[in-house]
Structures are given as structure tokens and as C-alpha cells.
Design a protein around this ligand. Structure first.
Ligand SMILES: [Zn+2]
Ligand SMILES: [Zn+2]
Length: 217
């Protein structure tokens, strides 16, 4: 059975977001997702809280978006705080030590502290590239560049909304193919590592971009 999981969602535990954990659950279900990864900026606090709540009918993967020296890096299935400001190589190491996988979100993005990927990253153990990120701008060019890089590196491609407001949760997501019934987080992480996934997504519509901008103030 395929599962739809938004692998990049922020909550009020991020400095630039006010979405409550309750809203994450509500909107994720409303928008037809089977699961979310909570990836707040430099903290796992909200992610661990939501995992503990075990919301009925929603898979919750704990994660983090770490600010490395080169830009943002996602850690999925991460349960302890990965400290910011290390090199990407060191940060990938720390994520792996914690049992997680490392994914570059919004590569090449110039307004979002996107990492400019290079071919050394695979030797550092990078696990995947996020190729569909709804807040990327311009969405199609960024998705194309990310996708081309992932293919050249032979790395799996993920999708996530990078939501900072509830309405956009699920605008991009990752389909986990052939997932078994009631999968554990480890099964999903394994499927991502093996590339048994398909990224799906679209850009945030302009009305919602404006809403997000006004919410920041
Ligand atoms: Zn980011
Ligand atoms: Zn993000």
C-alpha cells in the first residue's frame, strides 16, 4: 500500500512558525496525508512531543532541520538535538550516529539557505535530496536542478512542503511505495534509503504565500 508522507513540516517550535502540533495533525489528515516528518529549525522538541502523543491515524517521524556551515540539512528519524554550525560532513555523521538519515532540502535555493550540493556529498554519506519543496521559488527551476543533481548522484528523491503555516501542509509529499500495513518509522526510513519512493508536489499558491508573509509579522 502506498503511503503519502510530507517529509518537511515546521511547527511553533521553529523560530519562524506558529503552527501548533494540534494544527499539524488536523491539517495533515484533512489534506490526505498518512504521515508527516516534523523538521523544526535546530530543535527536536516539538517533533518528540508529537511522536509521544501518537496521534491516531497519522505516522509521525521525528526530525530536524539543522543549520550547517553550508546551509540547511534535514535529519529524519533523529531523536536528539543535532548541534548547528558544523560542516555538512560532520552534521551527516552526527545524524547517522543518532540513527537518522540526512537529506538536503531545497538545494540551490538562494533565499532559503540552500546548500549548493557537490559530488563529494555522496562520499560523506548523504542519503537523499529533496526535489519537491513547495516553498521553493521558482518552484519548477529549483525542482529541475535538484532532480538533475539527485539523478547524477544516484540518490533517492524526496518531497516535502516545508510548511510554515498549516494550510500548506501536504502540498508536497513523498510516496512510499509498497509500504506494509502499520509500518514502523524504521521501515519508512529504510524505504527512503533504498529509493522506493516518489516525490510529488506543487508550489505554494500566491494567496498562501502572502498569508505566510503576513503571519511572520
Ligand atoms: Zn530550510
Ligand atoms: Zn524548512
Amino acid at each position: 500500500m502506498p503511503l503519502k508522507i510530507d517529509l518537511h513540516v515546521h511547527t511553533c517550535y521553529s523560530h519562524d512558525c506558529t503552527t501548533s502540533l494540534k494544527e499539524v495533525v488536523l491539517y495533515a489528515k484533512r489534506n490526505g496525508l498518512d504521515g508527516v516528518a516534523i523538521t523544526d529549525h535546530n530543535t527536536v522538541e516539538g517533533a518528540l512531543k508529537l511522536v509521544k502523543r501518537k496521534p491516531r491515524g497519522l505516522i509521525v517521524i521525528p526530525g530536524i532541520e539543522v543549520s550547517t556551515q553550508q546551509g540547511h540539512l534535514l535529519g529524519l528519524n533523529v531523536k536528539t538535538l543535532i548541534p548547528p554550525n558544523f560542516s555538512i560532513k560532520k552534521t551527516i555523521e552526527l545524524i547517522h550516529e543518532d540513527g537518522g538519515i540526512a537529506v538536503i532540502p531545497h538545494p540551490f535555493a538562494f533565499i532559503k539557505e540552500g546548500i549548493r550540493p557537490n559530488k563529494n556529498f555522496k562520499s560523506y554519506g548523504l542519503d537523499a535530496i529533496e526535489v519537491a519543496n513547495s516553498s521553493n521559488f521558482p518552484f519548477f527551476i529549483m525542482s529541475y536542478l535538484a532532480s538533475r543533481f539527485a539523478e547524477n548522484m544516484n540518490l533517492p528523491k524526496t518531497g516535502g512542503s516545508d510548511s510554515h503555516i498549516p494550510d500548506t501542509i501536504g502540498l508536497a509529499y513523498t510516496i512510499i511505495e509498497n509500504a506494509k500495513a502499520d509500518p514502523e518509522t524504521d521501515d519508512i526510513i529504510q524505504a527512503i534509503k533504498e529509493g522506493m519512493i516518489v516525490p510529488v508536489g506543487k508550489a505554494i499558491p500566491w494567496m498562501l504565500r502572502l498569508k505566510k508573509m503576513f503571519k511572520k509579522r
